[in-house]
Design a binder for this molecule. Sequence first.
Ligand SMILES: Nc1nc2c(ncn2[C@@H]2O[C@H](COP(=O)(O)OP(=O)(O)OP(=O)(O)O)[C@@H](O)[C@H]2O)c(=O)[nH]1
Ligand SMILES: [Mg+2]
Length: 328
Amino acid sequence: MSKAIDLSPVRNIGIAAHVDAGKTTLTERVLFYTGASHKIGEVHDGAAHMDYLAEEQQHGITITSAVTKAPWKDYLLQIVDTPGHVDFTIEVERSMRVLDGCVIVLDGVRGVEPQTETVWRQRCRFGLPTLFFVNKMDRPGADFDHALASIRRRLRAEPVPVTVPVPERHALIHLIDRTLLRFEGDQGENVVVTPCPEPLWQGVAQHRENLLLAAAEMDDALADRVLAGEEIEPALVWVALRRGTLAGRFFPCFGGSALRNQGVQPLLDGVVALLPAPLDRPPATAHRPMVQTSSSPSATTAPSLRWCSRSSCGRAGATPSRGSTAIR
Ligand SMILES: Nc1nc2c(ncn2[C@@H]2O[C@H](COP(=O)(O)OP(=O)(O)OP(=O)(O)O)[C@@H](O)[C@H]2O)c(=O)[nH]1
Ligand SMILES: [Mg+2]
């Protein structure tokens, strides 16, 4: 008799972004912090575990999607690192079919870029609950608020910040817990959590307010308490944020710098708390290809059918006719 597997602690997530936003660098940190790998492999050294093809290591770019497993606390993450280059966009598309949620990585200097818009459209097609990670906050010119504004303007989506980077202190402010997080040790493996000092908190108080208002949208009782100015327990905020994220109402945003080992562990906490388990997702639907049978009453009127693989569609004169079925 087959044994039932509990899927509630499983998170099937993809990492998607414009080329060079830092997806593989981020995934390498995930492998290291979760203990799935004993050392961090850097893309620029041609040593990233996720870029396993010789061509990927040689050129420092991801070409194929690669999947890996990593345990985080009581959860199991199954992560797909996708390529960002436009030539390999079909790799992102085929990965999204098997995912339950995704993390879209932005470059903190550039914000939303052209290929970010493409992966956003792909994510919309599959209705995937999504978090953002604003990476490269160590770079001169990085601007978290600008990145959030670009999500609003170019993707027409509502970003809700959860962690706000403080690059000059090599730290993050956690808006739900009201804490300051510093990443110590050679590779940022020790997360030191202290209450957020008042002067720093003043700078992010508006973000906290926006976060609470977003959470309040999902829960009337919580809304009353937020409007009354009461202190809200973090657990309640997480539950409301999860509800809004799964419903696609808003998109929690985390910040940091994967290369400098900052901000990855709180992102993982966000992934397990906010993104869906497989059973939280609606069942996948498959489309039965139209089959022409002589007994079918519509057979004589049905448009001509032609299976069209991606390669044959690309050939001159192979434009799919009405009613043809693309196999992807
Ligand atoms: N300064 C800085 N550089 C970073 C950061 N994260 C990644 N990089 C660098 O950005 C470059 C691209 O990083 P990747 O991780 O390969 O980016 P990617 O999104 O996986 O790239 P593709 O898969 O080819 O689209 C590498 O040189 C990284 O070292 C960061 O947080 N800060
Ligand atoms: Mg990559």
